[in-house]
Design a protein around this ligand. Sequence first.
Ligand code: IPE
Ligand code: IPE
Ligand code: MG
Length: 248
Amino acid sequence: MNLRSLADAIKTKKLKQAIDWNGALPSHIAIMMDGNGRWAARRGLPRSAGHYAGMQTMRETIRNCLHANVKYLTLYAFSTENWKRPAEEVDYIINLVHQFVTGNTIREINDSNIRIRFIGDISRFSDSTQQVMKNAAAVTGANTGMTVNFAMNYGGRSEIIHALKSVIDDGKEDLTPDEFETYLYTSGCPSPQLVIRTSGEKRLSGFLLWQCAQAELWFTDEMWPSFSELLLYRAIYDYQCRRRGFGS
Ligand code: IPE
Ligand code: IPE
Ligand code: MG
């Protein structure tokens, strides 16, 4: 263990002790995993290396959230705008997700009692990709430890229009916000209380526009592949500090 990771381990332990685990914890955390390309560029590596590293960080973060007793985790993996990127990059990202939901990884996820869902318009992906996504959702569908929503070809405005179309199809003329929520891709999940965006960008980029109405936003300059348990705890700790006395 080098000095930096030793210092991080100590800080992580301290933060873990500082968090009030019996207090208000975010049951749903949503993360915009941004900065893979810049992480790679700073190391003289191709963008694909950043996405690969980001995928490993995503795995660790799922595990860390499970240990932190987070019940719902939504990960922005691919936006409706990301199709504008070079085809090679798009294919690489989709292929990574494909790998994630097949083989050993999905077995590990299943063994950890994690339920996988995909939110977004997945009909734009190839048949085989859609198939592995549906399969992963079906295989893990009864798991109760934590739900991970992967936002793939997701855009908040498209989601709202998609929901509206279903409302119209159902012939509804009047409905409450709670009823409307049942038409969203995230139906059944509580709204996220905490949204994390890495890489220093401070935009929503269309992420969970309806669901984030009351969410706390937390930003870090670290690029996604450098996101760590320490930063997750820091976000949860800051969330608790902000919420202490909230509304009372
Ligand atoms: C986030 O990293 C991953 C996806 C959007 C798929 P980026 O690829 O956006 O990395 P930067 O923002 O260009 O550094
Ligand atoms: C947002 O990141 C989407 C994901 C994290 C998947 P982008 O890098 O695509 O967003 P912009 O272009 O900075 O808004
Ligand atoms: Mg980006």
